[in-house]
Design a protein around this ligand. Structure first.
Ligand code: UD1
Length: 477
């Protein structure tokens, strides 16, 4: 299914060479992306390592008191933020290209800074491994974000079922295992009310070092959960069933050194398949794991594109018509919520009407207003978007409101007549590695430039987009 994890030979990390790119995070990029639409694309594109796998696996490295080496780690702002949080917790990190070395031999239980945790929800997943290893953890509540309230009740209830005492005070979650003995969590049977990806990952990590067996029922089946399980197994954890809705974890006393390669990013791959479809261009993607993209491929085929598997890890899209279709986002193996905005961009140009239903997050339609600025005809009713296909989009100034919304606007810009100018690029930089360069290499015409807009410019476009900005808090995904 993926590269075989190997046990690391004993090779200490050079701790004098701490991650260069976590030392200082770039200020939010104030530049804009200009896209001249209608260029036709062709060629091959390389898919980066999966952001959501990498983030969870970096948290998983907290379980291990020895060296962990990760390959295929994408270079993204979210990864840098996670690295900074791990640094604050005492982890030593060193990055070379797409390889990340981590050593969590000396970690603390309470130094994750709120400013960072609030910007990156995945960093909250550290609660499981730290509690499992140290018997105590203090971590800030991550808070809401642009796409929804995103509570952590399932994480907390699961840890309580494993014997943890959990108090939430002054915005901090304080969890500990009481008693004078080993301070170990206890295995438990936990039914998740919803197959939350993050809660499944938190509890699975916590259970690897618990006493006895933990059974997670109604667990998330996302490929990133299976990737995290494979990583933990490569460190000596005993986990069965990851990738199904029932995961069984038998706790072990400790985990060991590991070398592991992250799976390819299925959301980046899906976004680039749509780039082919929306520009009527034939492009090839690799490496991919086609099974991770089944729902997206099925929908692309339904609307008229051919998606051809070439060997085990390569996909070619041969677009044709764009027929309308209905989409409902669901936990894996259903259609991914992270592909909802990009696919909506494609359906704006369909022949006919489509209905897109968002069931995973309650506030994930903010790209609609921006797509409509480009000539799309979309109406939102509750969690449904009714997309009436239009013959063409026209370039316009638009504002990215969250990570996947930013990808949707890039896709719309590639297909639109004339020039699109996208603001809010810090969202894009969180989750797409070198997207502009990848698209440029395929033939797209786009350029990132300094934002020349005068602050006092109060044109309609400016007013609308600034309203969107003022509402944005953080967009952890
Ligand atoms: C992960 C992904 C994100 C993706 C999402 C759904 C990472 C870093 N991010 O986010 O890109 O969009 O899965 O596929 O992996 N919920 C609760 N209580 C909880 C936890 C979740 O009610 O304790 C709710 C959320 O508010 C949301 C739904 O469950 O409505 C799904 O969230 P979840 O699967 O947990 O998403 P994340 O793990 O945060």
């Amino acid at each position: 299914m993926q590269s075989i994890p190997l046990i690391l030979e004993v090779r200490p990390i050079n701790h004098s060479l701490i991650l260069k790119d976590t030392d200082s995070l770039p200020k939010e990029d104030q530049s804009v992306l200009q896209i001249w639409g209608k260029a036709s694309l062709s060629g091959q594109v390389k898919i980066s390592g999966a952001k959501n796998s990498a983030l969870a696996i970096m948290a998983g490295a907290l379980l291990c008191p020895q060296d962990c080496r990760l390959h295929n780690v994408p270079s993204l702002v979210d990864i840098r933020k996670m690295s900074q949080i791990l640094c604050a917790l005492g982890v030593k990190l060193e990055r070379n290209g797409d390889t990340l070395d981590l050593n969590a031999s000396h970690i603390g239980h309470s130094s994750a800074p709120y400013e960072l945790v609030s910007q990156l929800r995945a960093s909250f997943f550290a609660i499981g491994p730290i509690l499992a290893r140290l018997g105590v953890v203090r971590i800030p509540l991550p808070g809401g974000c642009a796409i929804g309230a995103r509570p952590v009740d399932l994480h907390v209830r699961g840890l309580q079922a494993m014997g943890a005492h959990v108090h939430i005070e002054h915005g901090m979650v304080h969890a500990y295992v009481s008693g004078s003995g080993s301070k170990k969590l206890k295995g438990a049977k936990i039914y998740l009310d919803y197959p939350s990806v993050g809660a499944t990952e938190t509890l699975m990590m916590a259970a690897t070092l618990a006493e006895g067996e933990t059974i997670l029922e109604n667990a998330a089946q996302e490929p990133e959960v299976a990737d995290l399980a494979n990583f933990c197994r490569a460190m000596g954890a005993k986990i069965r069933g990851a990738g199904t809705n029932t995961i069984v974890i038998s706790g072990v006393p400790s985990l060991h050194s590991v070398e592991y390669s992250i799976i390819p990013d299925r959301i980046e791959a899906g976004t680039l398949l749509i780039a082919g479809a929306i520009t009527n261009s034939e492009i090839t993607l690799s490496p991919v794991i086609p099974d991770h993209l089944s729902a997206v491929i099925a929908k692309l085929r339904e609307i008229g594109s051919k998606v051809i598997m070439e060997g085990t890890n390569r996909l070619r899209i041969v677009p044709d018509t764009i027929q309308a279709t209905d989409i409902e986002t669901l936990p894996f193996p259903g259609f991914p919520t992270d592909m909802q905005a990009p696919f909506m961009a494609l359906l704006t140009l369909s022949e006919g009407d489509s209905v897109i239903t968002e069931t995973v997050f309650e506030n994930r339609m903010r790209h609609v207003a921006e797509l409509n600025r480009m000539g799309a005809d979309i109406r939102v009713k509750g969690n449904n978007a009714i997309v009436r296909g239009v013959p063409m989009l026209s370039g316009a100034p638009v504002m990215a409101t969250d990570l996947r919304a930013s990808a949707a606007l890039v896709l719309a810009g590639l297909a639109a007549e004339g020039k699109t100018i996208i603001k809010g690029l810090h969202h894009l930089d969180r989750g797409y590695e070198n997207l502009e360069e990848k698209l440029r290499n395929l033939g797209a015409k786009l350029k990132r430039v300094k934002d020349e807009t005068e602050p006092e410019d109060t044109s309609t476009a400016k007013k609308e987009t600034s309203t969107a900005t003022s509402k944005i808090t953080v967009t952890p995904q």
